[in-house]
Design a protein around this ligand. Structure first.
Ligand SMILES: Nc1ncnc2c1ncn2[C@@H]1O[C@H](COP(=O)(O)OP(=O)(O)O)[C@@H](O)[C@H]1O
Ligand SMILES: [Mg+2]
Length: 437
């Protein structure tokens, strides 16, 4: 058997709603087949239950480190590679997020790991074993999709039990495991509820419980939160991380949402054109991006002019360190985070008189800084973001004749008194390393 290529449409929704007691044996086989596509667990299906897959102590004791090496994947008829020399190592117990825009190959990478996509080149190792040619149902991995893909005519408990049944787990054990997993996802009190009566967030918890019920060696999550509203998304994301840490399950999580990635990952791999452009801890990725793509994909960034030599740049009169991978030369573009800038009110030091004459703006106490005008002030609770436009003549031509806009982010209590739309300010870089491109 193989998983449905399109798990978005649960097959069971096409079957008539019926109670489990009324199910006939033939229906059961059909359901089991649908379940293999639905439960997100790669079992061998009803005809060949896999021995001792659930709670398999050996599998759990095994270190579940993953190594994907030099993977190439081209879909039939496609001119370009969906995976292009894709490489990824995941340590046992680690949660790695693949982050990237639509179509960059995230799902393909996850499905290749699951054994749901043929690959043209490369090798997949789990716990030191070569799984490259091994069928999906022999990989002991479980998956949760964006769509809840539960059986609507079964209760939460029955959905999980049925997943276990498909895996050949003895009847006596099913209920205990299912109840245990429902408790893990905080749904003990909903065990008897039909999943079609549950909210999206609850359904996704059931899907997660069902995936975890078979004690998979690897948990795969493909945009599991994308269909949920913002508040539930945040709650469930934190729950997934808590459970993942509690169970120690090696996990690959795919999302296009940078905030989600930053919040839950041990490491984030930023994908672009079928490969990982940079993989690092969230903080490193944010503070030390290795490329323009990564810097602009995660967080906000200003593009400011600077002269770059010998590992240092001069930006608006201030010297800062350059990150590895930076370009060098005159008039390069520095990628600078809004919080790596500060501002003061212009005129405080008696320089305001020259403001309208357009002299260049080396006017901060140490001679650094540029004159700007405030365009907007956004209060974000503890933080405040100030959009400014540079007014010094010196920089007017730099941005192809367009105004040079600079966004500054401060702690709310750092915002000088009297800064509002139209205020004249001096924007000054803080001494924080940046990437030159
Ligand atoms: N079944 C398929 N047949 C043909 N092309 C596909 C198929 N699935 C994905 N692709 C293409 O492969 C590329 C990567 O897709 P995918 O892995 O789904 O990206 P992501 O999950 O990052 O949005 C895209 O260009 C997409 O159009
Ligand atoms: Mg996808």
């Amino acid at each position: 058997m193989s998983m449905s290529k399109s798990p978005m449409v649960p097959a069971a929704q096409a079957t008539p709603v019926q109670t489990s007691s009324a199910r006939k044996a033939s229906t059961r086989t059909a359901l089991a087949q649908a379940a293999s596509a639905q439960t997100g667990q790669f079992s061998a299906g009803a005809t060949a239950p896999r021995a001792a897959s659930a709670g398999d102590a050996d599998d759990k004791a095994d270190t579940a480190g993953i190594r994907m090496q030099h993977i190439d994947k081209t879909y039939p008829g496609s001119p370009s590679k969906a995976l292009d020399d894709f490489n990824l190592d995941i340590k046992a117990g680690e949660l790695v997020v693949l982050l990237g825009g639509s179509g960059c190959g995230k799902s393909t990478a996850l499905r290749a790991l699951a054994g749901l996509e043929d690959i043209q080149a490369g090798r997949i190792m789990v716990a030191g074993h070569d799984l490259t040619g091994v069928a999906a149902n022999k990989r002991n991995m479980a998956m949760v999709f964006q769509a809840y893909s539960l059986f609507p005519h079964m209760t939460a408990l029955q959905n999980i039990e049925f997943g276990l049944e498909v895996h050949g787990v003895a009847k006596a054990k099913r209920r205990t495991i299912a109840q245990e997993k429902l408790e893990l996802v905080g749904l003990s009190d909903q065990a008897g509820k039909y999943t079609q009566q549950m909210s999206g967030g609850q359904q996704q918890r059931v899907a997660l419980a069902r995936a975890l019920a078979v004690s998979p060696r690897v948990l795969l999550l493909d945009e599991p939160l994308s269909a949920l509203d913002a508040k539930v998304r945040v709650q469930l994301r934190d729950e997934i991380r808590r459970i993942q840490l509690e169970t120690g399950t090696t996990t690959l999580f795919v999302t296009h949402d940078q905030e989600e990635a930053l919040a839950i990952a041990d490491r984030i791999g930023v994908m672009n054109h079928g490969r990982i452009e940079q993989i690092d801890a969230p903080k490193t990725l944010y503070q030390r991006p290795a490329s323009e793509y990564v810097a602009t994909f995660i967080g906000l960034t200003n593009r400011l002019p600077g002269d770059c030599h010998d590992g240092r740049a001069t930006v608006f009169g201030r010297q800062i360190e350059l990150l590895a991978g930076s370009q060098t030369g005159e008039a390069r573009t520095l990628l600078i985070r809004p919080e790596a800038l500060t501002l003061s009110v212009d005129g405080a030091g008696g320089v305001g008189a020259s403001y309208d004459s357009g002299v260049s703006g080396s006017v901060a106490a140490d001679g650094a800084g540029v004159r700007a005008r405030v365009e907007a002030v956004h209060f974000l609770g503890a933080l405040v973001r100030v959009d400014t436009v540079v007014v010094s003549d010196e920089w007017q031509r730099w941005n192809d004749g367009n105004p040079l806009t600079v966004t500054v982010q401060l702690q709310e209590n750092e915002l000088p008194m009297g800064v509002h739309i139209g205020s004249k300010v001096i924007v000054t870089p803080r001494v924080i390393p940046a990437l030159a491109v």
